[in-house]
Design a protein around this ligand. Structure first.
Ligand code: MG
Length: 159
């Protein structure tokens, strides 16, 4: 068993689409980002890489590389899962928190869990996504940023 943790934060700006866990969410602002800025999938990617001792998202998918400009972040998770498969790691479960003052995200959480379960090839019941505010504190609380943190447990297949 190995555990990994991931965290991501992006500024929220006008004129960008908000996507979380691969789910497009109608909102007046979206993340300032090189890729689509999906903080949940970025934190998930980092957690998966971390659990397997494979570094971080910036090493694998640098935000200076034009290949990843406006990329859908599910690609980062898919490519990371290829690395896990090569090394015979299986995901056990994921727990995640999204921090956003607005919009209300509760109605989108089930779809995020379904997307993540499909990407990680596990049952939806193995994925948990929580959505909360920052109670008015700091940049997230002022609605200037959105953040996510993810923890993941993986197992190494024994041959
Ligand atoms: Mg990011």
């Amino acid at each position: 068993m190995r555990v990994g943790i991931g965290y991501d934060i992006h500024q929220l700006v006008k004129g960008r689409r908000l996507v979380l866990g691969g789910v497009p969410i109608p909102f007046e602002k979206g993340p300032k980002s090189h890729s689509d800025g999906d903080v949940l999938l970025h934190a998930l990617t980092d957690a998966l890489l971390g659990a397997c001792g494979l570094g971080d998202i910036g090493q694998h998918f640098p935000n200076t590389d034009p290949v990843w400009r406006d990329a859908k972040s599910r690609i980062f998770v898919q490519k990371t899962m290829e690395l896990l498969n090569d090394r015979r790691f299986n995901v056990v479960n994921v727990d995640a928190s999204i921090f956003a003052e607005a919009p209300k995200l509760i109605t989108y959480v089930d779809r995020m869990c379904e997307n993540i379960a499909e990407l990680l090839r596990v049952q939806t019941s193995c994925i948990n996504v929580k959505a909360g505010t920052n109670e008015g504190c700091d940049a997230v609380g002022r609605g200037e940023a959105i953040a996510a943190e993810v923890i993941v447990l993986v197992t190494e297949k024994i041959l």
